[in-house]
Design a protein around this ligand. Structure first.
Ligand code: ASP
Length: 578
C-alpha cells in the first residue's frame, strides 16, 4: 500500500502532503475538531480532523487510510517522537471497523485477565509492550545468527517427526498414518541429531529450534519451547566452548539491550556451588555465602551440632548482613520456615555492639560463636543463622533462606547480570525408584579422572557438564559428549539399558560412533527464558507470541481439540469413551 510510516514524521516534514494508514489508537472528539492518534508498526502520529463528520463515527482500533498535510503543532508533545507535528486530514477512508474492545490496547499494563488476553491475543499483541517484546526477541535471534555465522557455525534444521530423544520428560507422540500402530515422537531436543551432524562433518552446528516436552503442569513451562541449540566438533575441554559462548552472550546483551558484560564469567564447580550457595543455580548478585563450620563445632558442648557432625552431617552458617536487629518473633518465624525446609532446627546468633546474643551461647561459648562469625564473614550488626544436619538438607535449606532473606532485605539489584558457569555436575542421580539415572542425559561424558569409579561408586562420578546461570536462573546447559562406542555402551549398561534396548533406541548413534566420531560437545539455551530476562518480564508467556496456558491449552485456537471420527479412522485410532 502506498503510504508513509506514521512514526517517521518530524518537524522538517511540515508542509508536506502525506498518505498514512493505521489503527485508531486514541480518539478525542471536541465537537468540530476531532483528534486521532494513528498507529502503525512504526509508531504514532496525531491526526486532526476539522469539520469531517465521518471522523466522529470512528472507534478505537478501526483501520483507516488518510491523506493530509503535515503541520507543526502549537503545543509539541515531547513524549512522542512525532510530537512536533500533526497531520491535518483532508481525506478519510475507513478500511476496516473494529468492534468495541474487550480491553484497551493503549495501556502499558494489561487491563484484562491473562485468559482474556490470550483469547484475544491478536489485540493483546497490539500493545506497545508486547510489540517491543516481539521485536526484542527478533533482535536476540538475529544477534545469535550473526554472531555464530561469524564464528563459522552453520544453522541446520533437524526433524520434528522423529524417535524419542531422552531429556527426562514425556514424549509427545504423533500417530503415523502410513504405518498403523507406529508413532513419531516430537523431539525433546535435537540432541542425537546434533551429535550426528558433528560426526557427519558439520564441525560447528547451531539451530534456533522448537523442542517438545510433555511435562506435568509447572508454573511458567510451555509444552513447546525454543532452544538455541549448539554443538562443536573437536572440542575436548569445556573452556573452548565457554569462550565461544561468552562472546555470544556478550554480543546478545550488547545488541539486544546495550549492556556490556564482563567476560570471562566465573566458573564454579557444582560441589562448591552447593556448599557456598546451597544450590546449583546461585544468584551471585549479592554475597551472603554459606560457610561450613563443621570442624569448628565438632567438639563443642552443643549436642545438636556435635551429634550432626558425628553422624557424618555438617554445621553450616549463613551470614545475614545488617539483620542483628531482628526481633524474637521474626527469628521465631525464620525457625518455623527452616522446619518447613526439612531442617530439624535453626540456631542463630546476633552480633550487636553490646556483644553476642544467642540462645546457644551457653553451650557453645561466645568465643566459639565469635570465631564462627569471623569464618562466615559476619560482623557487627549482622545475624548468623546456623544449621546442622545432613549436608544436602543443610545446603538446600540455607540456600533457600539465603535467597528469601536477600529479597526481604532488598539486597538484590534487578538485572545486575551476574553470570557464572557451574561445572562438573554429578553424572548420575537416583530416580524415584532408587535406580541410577542420568543427571543430564546419557550422552554426557564422565570426567576422565572418575571413569574408574563408574561401576564401583557411580554416584561419585563427575560429568563433564556445565550450566550457565544468570541472576540465579539456569539459562543454558550442556556437556562434552561421549564419542566412543565402548564408553557409551558402558553408560547405557549402568543405566540398566540392555544391549538390545540400547540398539533399538539409539542404534543409529551407536553406529555413527563406530565410524570416526571426533571429540565433541555443546550446549542449549532456553531462548524464551533468556528473552524474558532481557525484556525484564517475569513470565515467558510475555515473550512468546502465541503461548499456551499452564494447562497446555491455546486459548486463541482452542487447541488441543477433538478431531473428526474420520480422521481417527484413517490412523486408525480409537478414543476410549472414558
Ligand atoms: N540437549 C540438551 C538439553 O536440551 C542440551 C545439550 O546437552 O546440549 O538440555
Amino acid at each position: 500500500m502506498k503510504r508513509e510510516a506514521c512514526g517517521s514524521l518530524r518537524g522538517k516534514d511540515a508542509g508536506r502532503r502525506v498518505t498514512l494508514a493505521g489503527w485508531v489508537h486514541r480518539l478525542r472528539d471536541l465537537g468540530g475538531l476531532t483528534f486521532v492518534d494513528l498507529r502503525d508498526a512504526s509508531g504514532i502520529v496525531q491526526l486532526v480532523f476539522r469539520d469531517l463528520p465521518a471522523a466522529r463515527k470512528l472507534s478505537r482500533e478501526d483501520v483507516i487510510r488518510i491523506q493530509g498535510s503535515v503541520a507543526r503543532r502549537e503545543a509539541p508533545n515531547p513524549d512522542l517522537p512525532t510530537g512536533e507535528v500533526e497531520v491535518v486530514v483532508e481525506r478519510l477512508e475507513v478500511l476496516s471497523r473494529s468492534k468495541p474492545l474487550p480491553f484497551p490496547v493503549d495501556a502499558d499494563e494489561p487491563r484484562a485477565s491473562e485468559e482474556t488476553r490470550l483469547r484475544f491475543r491478536f489485540l493483546d499483541l497490539r500493545r506497545e509492550k508486547m510489540q517491543r517484546n516481539l521485536r526484542l526477541r527478533h533482535k536476540v535471534s538475529l544477534a545469535i545468527r550473526n554472531y555464530l555465522n561469524g564464528q563459522g557455525f552453520i544453522e541446520v534444521e533437524t526433524p520434528y517427526l522423529t524417535r524419542s530423544t531422552p531429556e527426562g520428560a514425556r514424549d509427545f507422540l504423533v500417530p503415523a498414518r502410513l504405518e498403523p500402530g507406529k508413532f513419531y515422537a516430537l523431539p525433546q531436543s535435537p540432541q542425537l541429531f546434533k551429535q550426528t551432524l558433528v560426526i557427519s562433518g558439520v564441525e560447528r552446528y547451531f539451530q534456533i529450534v522448537r523442542c517438545f516436552r510433555d511435562e506435568d503442569l509447572r508454573a511458567d513451562r510451555q509444552p513447546e519451547f525454543t532452544q538455541l541449540d549448539l554443538e562443536m566438533g573437536f572440542l575436548e575441554d569445556p573452556d573452548e566452548l565457554f569462550s565461544v559462548i561468552e562472546g555470544l552472550v556478550a554480543h546478545i546483551f550488547r545488541e539486544a539491550i546495550g549492556v556490556e558484560l564482563d567476560v570471562p564469567f566465573p566458573r564454579i564447580p557444582y560441589a562448591e556451588a552447593m556448599l557456598r550457595y546451597g544450590t546449583d543455580k546461585p544468584d551471585l548478585r549479592f554475597g551472603m555465602e554459606i560457610a561450613d563450620l563443621s570442624d569448628l563445632f565438632r567438639d563443642c558442648d552443643f549436642r545438636v551440632f556435635t551429634g550432626a557432625v558425628a553422624e557424618g552431617g555438617v554445621v553450616r552458617a549463613l551470614p545475614v548482613p545488617g539483620a542483628a536487629g531482628k526481633s524474637r518473633s521474626e527469628l521465631k518465624k525464620l525457625e518455623e520456615r527452616a522446619k518447613g525446609l526439612s531442617l530439624g532446627g535453626l540456631a542463630w546468633a546476633k552480633f550487636t555492639p553490646e556483644g553476642v546474643n544467642s540462645p546457644i551461647a551457653k553451650f557453645t561459648s561466645e568465643e566459639l560463636l565469635r570465631k564462627a562469625a569471623e569464618e562466615a564473614g559476619a560482623g557487627k550488626g549482622d545475624l548468623l543463622l546456623l544449621a546442622a544436619g545432613p549436608a544436602e538438607a543443610a545446603a538446600e535449606a540455607l540456600g533457600t533462606l539465603r535467597l528469601e532473606l536477600a529479597h526481604e532485605l532488598g539486597l538484590i539489584r534487578e538485572n545486575a547480570w551476574a553470570l557464572a558457569w557451574i561445572t562438573d555436575f554429578p553424572l548420575f542421580k537416583l530416580d524415584e525408584e532408587g535406580r541410577i539415572a542420568s543427571e543430564h542425559h546419557p550422552f554426557t561424558s564422565p570426567h576422565p579422572d572418575d571413569i574408574p569409579l563408574l561401576e564401583t561408586e557411580p554416584l561419585k562420578v563427575r560429568a563433564r557438564s556445565y550450566d550457565l546461570v544468570i541472576d540465579g536462573v539456569e539459562i543454558a546447559s550442556g556437556s562434552i559428549r561421549i564419542h566412543r562406542r565402548d564408553l557409551q555402551e558402558r553408560i547405557f549398561n549402568l543405566l540398566g539399558l540392555s544391549e538390545q534396548e540400547a540398539r533399538k533406541k539409539f542404534g543409529f548413534l551407536l553406529r555413527a560412533l563406530e565410524y570416526g566420531a571426533p571429540p565433541h560437545g555443546g550446549i542449549a539455551f532456553g531462548l524464551d527464558r533468556l528473552v524474558m530476562m532481557l525484556a525484564g518480564e517475569s513470565s515467558i508467556r510475555e515473550v512468546i507470541a502465541f503461548p499456551k496456558t499452564a494447562s497446555g491449552t491455546c486459548l486463541l485456537t482452542g487447541a488441543p481439540a477433538e478431531v473428526d471420527p474420520g480422521q481417527l479412522a484413517e490412523l486408525p485410532l480409537e478414543v476410549k469413551p472414558d
